[in-house]
Design a protein around this ligand. Structure first.
Ligand code: AG3
Length: 279
């Protein structure tokens, strides 16, 4: 008998991966959590049936969420990460010795527990001494923070279910307030490709534009997300993501990456015409 995981990308399109075995299934207070093992993508995590990460392609997403802002900000010491209980963002962030403190706000403690057990590739740095984990709703946590962070990384799920609040005007406004005067916010910005996803992406982007003086979008190719064409938002109070790229300084750090490099950095902000027209 063959076992397949399937995510519905639109009412007319499905994406499937053949699965060798299911390692975990469980229901938390917030969502259903599953971990599978597959030949093609290694282990992978899904929440409510939506693909969050696979061992084979997670490096693309996590490197692009972390190294893009870190190569622009001259001295990011205090970082807030929202969502991201799998630890992938933390793994990349902890490569920087200049980062002094990372607050991770994850709504679902079970996600962290499951990832520690079944996804060591991403969860490996959850125990770093600079990391402080808060099991709280990011939407509420951010209301109580002011002028506190150099960088905020929003590694959310899609704009429905537990992650919905992380795409609201209120949330972006509070992120602005929680950032220092030269702070940067990066968020996973969904896909521009299928109509329904694109419409949600556009709505969220508009709210970001209204909240930050500088708001740009960049892209990467992520094979296991809907359409494979994925966007990220770069929003900032002072720094421009391309003009203020500190490429020489970043390259001197000697951080080993598989996807990100400073040539790709500038290229990632050059968007296809149809996407430019949406923003
Ligand atoms: N964050 C979720 C990206 C959205 C995926 N959407 C989908 N499959 N429909 C991923 C968390 C990785 N740290």
């Amino acid at each position: 008998m063959e076992l397949w995981f399937t995510e519905r990308h639109t009412p007319n399109v499905k994406f499937s991966i053949r699965v060798d075995r299911q390692l975990f299934t469980g229901q938390s207070e917030f969502q259903r959590i599953d971990v599978f093992e597959s030949k093609e993508f290694g282990r992978f995590l899904t929440l409510d049936g939506y693909m969050m990460l696979t061992e084979k392609d997670e490096f693309i997403y996590h490197e692009m969420m972390v190294h893009v802002p870190m190569a622009v900000h001259p001295a990011a010491k205090s970082v807030l990460v929202i969502g991201a209980g799998d630890g992938g963002v933390l793994r990349e962030l902890t490569r920087y010795s200049s980062v002094e403190r990372i607050d991770l706000v994850e709504i679902d403690e079970l996600v962290v527990e499951v990832c520690k057990k079944y996804l060591p590739q991403t969860a490996c740095r959850l125990g770093d001494e600079r990391v402080h984990i808060y099991y709280q709703d990011g939407l509420k946590f951010i209301r109580q923070r002011e002028n506190a962070y150099d960088l905020i990384i929003v590694d959310s799920t899609d704009p429905f279910g537990p992650g919905e609040g992380l795409f609201t005007k209120e949330f972006y406004g509070n992120c602005f307030k929680a950032l220092k005067e030269d702070g940067i916010m990066v968020n996973q910005h969904e896909s521009p490709f299928y109509d329904e996803d694109a419409a949600a992406m556009q709505r969220a982007h508009k709210r970001i534009v209204e909240s930050f003086p500088i708001s740009k979008v960049y892209q990467a190719h992520i094979p296991t997300y809907p359409s494979g064409h994925w966007l990220f938002g770069f929003s900032s109070k002072r720094y421009h993501p391309v003009h203020d790229l500190r490429d020489a300084a970043w390259n001197l750090l000697g951080i080993k990456t598989q996807y990100y490099n400073t040539r790709l950095h500038s290229g990632a902000f050059a968007l296809p015409t149809y996407v430019e027209e949406m923003l």
